[in-house]
Write a protein that binds this ligand. Structure first.
Ligand SMILES: *[C@@H]1O[C@H](CO)[C@@H](O)[C@H](O)[C@H]1NC(C)=O
Ligand SMILES: *[C@@H]1O[C@H](CO)[C@@H](O)[C@H](O)[C@H]1NC(C)=O
Length: 269
């Protein structure tokens, strides 16, 4: 179950990036909320961190001019289907519906580093508190606990720390330089997880209570055990979302002195 919850945490985040698959649609004027930074000047990371923070503040309200850009807080996910059967610690099938995620508006961008060498990114985010309420239906097994149920649930995590490593390839479009995000790798940590699943085991109250208790007592072990699978799933989704956003917003609006792709890679590329 925790798997789903984490995924939800992330899906909520993903939403911050706009999914517009069309690479031909892009903006040509810098949004007012963005401060361009100069990468060859000292204090770039400070400027960049501040700029990316502004992006998150703006995302909380919705990005102006973006058709698909809805506010991230609260963020509603209609349906999430999850299946995992290739792991020793968990065999689960779950469907989560009408999920309401709250907390991303308070995302703190701790650091946004950009490499001068290859323009890859290293981003550190902190979400102080994230809560997801919704309906679940699942069957399977986590560790030694067989699970089956259908009802309301919530998951709440404190201090969700996300370390994101993104690789990019620069390209030119309409006189601007854009980031083509080619890979995203993340690591995650939390300081506390609280969960509650009503109607576990389809109404057997006794097992329901002890299982909920077990989850809350052992959230750390479960989180660690399921992390690799979790991260892999999230990265796949993140990559698609980031690609869409950065095909839309020129890299020049983040890094005003970014070299052109020709300058960075040479003419033959
Ligand atoms: C989840 O929904 C799919 C159809 O989208 C269904 O095949 C699957 O059995 C459902 N899983 C559970 C646990 O209800
Ligand atoms: C982005 O990179 C992928 C390969 O990683 C490539 O297939 C795609 O054509 C690139 N897109 C642009 C606009 O350069």
């Amino acid at each position: 179950m925790l798997v789903y919850l984490k995924i939800i945490c992330f899906i909520g985040l993903l939403h911050s990036f706009v999914s517009s698959a069309n690479e031909d649609v892009y903006i040509t004027e810098a949004p007012a909320y963005l401060t361009p930074c100069e990468i060859y000047k000292p204090e770039f990371t400070k400027c960049s961190t501040n700029s990316v923070q502004k992006v998150f503040n703006q995302l909380a309200k919705g990005i102006p001019g973006l058709k698909v850009g809805k506010p991230i807080d609260p963020f509603v996910i209609k349906k999430l289907v999850y299946k995992q059967d290739n792991n020793q610690v968990a065999t689960i099938s779950a469907n989560l519906t009408n999920l309401v995620t709250k907390g991303f508006a308070k995302t703190i961008v701790k650091e946004s580093k950009v490499s001068k060498k290859d323009f890859s990114w290293e981003t550190t985010l902190l979400v102080p508190n994230l809560r997801v309420d919704g309906h679940y239906k699942m069957e399977g097994k986590i560790l030694v606990v067989p699970l089956q149920g259908n009802g309301e649930m919530f998951i709440e995590c404190d201090d969700l720390r996300i370390k994101m490593y993104s690789k990019t390839r620069l390209y030119e479009k309409g006189g601007f330089t854009f980031y083509n995000v080619t890979s995203v790798r993340i690591d995650i940590a939390i300081s506390k997880l609280r969960t509650r699943f009503d109607n576990l085991f389809n109404g057997n109250k006794e097992i329901e209570e002890s299982t909920n208790e077990f989850f809350n007592e052992n959230w750390k072990d479960l989180f660690e055990a399921l992390k690799p699978v979790l991260i892999k799933t999230i990265e796949g989704v993140l990559l698609g979302q980031l690609q869409a956003y950065f095909h839309y917003v020129p890299a020049n609006f983040f890094v005003s002195d970014i070299p052109t792709s020709e300058k960075l890679y040479g003419k033959s590329n």
